[in-house]
Design a protein around this ligand. Structure first.
Ligand code: CTP
Length: 452
């Protein structure tokens, strides 16, 4: 425990650094293991169509294309004519290694307006402009991309980007609702600086976010194709905390911890990709907002307490991945605390903060609600890590506790995590070392079993 009483990097965000074993969102191995009888079958490269709309954010899609090709996907870029005003065909062709055209009459003997869509495992459209969303919603097919959208039978992901007024217009909102009702995933635009000097909702979600969600969609469709069940979070509202709280001593100084927020953000990203309505209460994290997630920024443990307890009655699940400070200074100086001539050191007295996880667990406001806590433990001479985890599960009153063993100087703050998940029936489920997205997928699978 550090000066603030929280674990140094956050219960959910502290991770031992181990070799990776990556699994998909639904816990499906990303790479197939050797078959018991016979040679390993070379995995077919997932075939992705990357549709590019005519918006200024088209240049950011070059980064998305790089991520897709470097992780082994075969990518066919299909821009609109307007997209080519922003980034030329030569750039897309060089980065993808495939021919690029917006015109369905190019190489017409190969019937590209049908073949490209039918052969895709995933279609990603970024930036999805208001015009492109409208055409897709109404089934128009006047270029290669809109033809492809009508012939594709695979999952489709739209990453919207446009000016705030265009996004908020009832026509666009109705078109987005139409696409979603057909099972198409539409990522809301992110909030931030727009093309000009103005700011608002309209930016393209970060390419890293679009990439992560496209990976989840591919993993989920592979799981479905293999007849494996994919827990579905559609219709559920989940409330997640992430990051480390800060307790101010004066206007410029605070007691805090270095929680990265990565595990909480991964939980939010995966839940949104699996159809949940997600509210992420984020304490002092610098990570980009996950696409399609409502992010509520907070500073202190009491702010976090107010936001979580105030929203608890509407949540089907609450996951406390944040590292809230257990203590705060009894007094906060109105002005910056100055050094004195005599070298005297100010005494800081601390008082205890409320325990958010224990509060929402013991004061349940909604039936069927599932509450998940995190714990980073080292164990001691008399107690194993799991003993301490079981005692904490009991004390806090949550349904699941994700326990990280942080003994032996294991490295904190990495992109991977390894844990044991305890439940109230005494089960202990080890989750091998893997990405934080993978751990998030396992946690949501377990939460979903409580609902079904
Ligand atoms: N937590 C909380 N409110 C607090 C402190 C912690 O809701 N004031 C939550 C964390 O988000 C986490 C779980 O409780 O999900 C366990 O956090 P941890 O710091 O391990 O627990 P503590 O109660 O502080 O116990 P310890 O004495 O082991 O530090």
């Amino acid at each position: 425990m550090n000066a603030t009483g929280g674990t140094p990097h956050g219960p959910g965000d502290d991770t031992p650094d181990r070799a990776q074993q990556v699994t998909g969102a639904s816990g499906v191995p990303a790479e197939q293991s050797d078959l018991p009888n016979g040679p390993v079958q070379p995995a077919k490269k997932p075939s992705v169509v990357l549709g590019v709309g005519g918006g200024i954010a088209a240049y950011k899609v070059c980064d998305l294309l790089r991520r897709l090709t470097e992780s082994g996907h075969s990518v066919r870029v299909v821009p609109t004519a307007a997209a080519l005003e922003f980034v030329g065909a030569a750039t897309w062709a060089a980065l993808s290694g495939q021919p690029v055209t917006a015109d369905p009459f190019d190489n017409v003997q190969e019937v590209p307006h049908v073949r490209i869509g039918k052969g895709a495992d995933l279609v990603v459209v970024a930036p999805a402009t208001a015009n492109l969303i409208a055409k897709a919603a109404h089934g128009l097919a006047d270029d290669l991309l809109t033809n492809t959208l009508l012939t594709a039978r695979c999952p489709i992901l739209f990453a919207a980007a446009m000016h705030t007024e265009m996004w908020e217009h009832p026509a666009t909102q109705a078109n987005v609702a139409t696409l979603r009702s057909r099972g198409i995933t539409v990522l809301d635009p992110a909030v931030g600086r727009l093309t000009g000097a103005d700011t608002g909702r309209g930016r393209l979600p970060e390419p890293s976010e679009i990439f992560a969600i496209s990976q989840l969609m591919l993993a989920d469709s592979a799981a479905r194709a293999a007849g494996q069940s994919v827990a579905d979070l559609t219709g559920k509202h989940v409330l997640i905390s992430a990051g480390g709280t800060r307790e101010h001593l004066d206007p410029v100084r605070y007691l805090g911890n270095s929680s990265s927020g990565k595990q909480g953000y991964a939980l939010a990203r995966i839940a949104a990709a699996r159809g949940a309505k997600v509210t992420l209460v984020a304490a002092n994290s610098e990570l980009p907002d996950p696409a399609g997630v409502q992010v509520v920024p907070v500073t202190s443990t009491r702010d976090l307490y107010d936001e979580i307890t105030g929203r608890a009655a509407d949540a089907d699940a609450i996951v406390m991945a944040a590292a809230p400070a257990d203590f705060r200074p009894a007094d906060v100086a109105e002005h910056k605390i100055k050094k004195t001539e005599d070298g005297a050191v100010p005494a800081v007295s601390l008082i205890q903060n409320p325990d958010i996880l224990a509060t929402v667990s013991h004061d349940r406001r909604r039936s069927g609600q599932v509450i998940v806590g995190f714990a980073a433990e080292t164990g001691d001479a008399d107690h194993s890590v799991l003993d301490l985890g079981r005692a904490k599960l009991e004390r806090k009153g949550c349904d699941l506790l994700v326990v990280n063993d942080v003994s032996g100087g294991k490295v904190f703050g990495s992109d991977i995590n390894e844990a044991v998940i305890l439940d109230r029936d005494g089960n202990a489920m080890p989750v091998p070392s893997g990405s934080k997205d993978a751990l998030a997928g396992v946690i949501w699978n377990l939460v979903a079993t409580h609902w079904h």
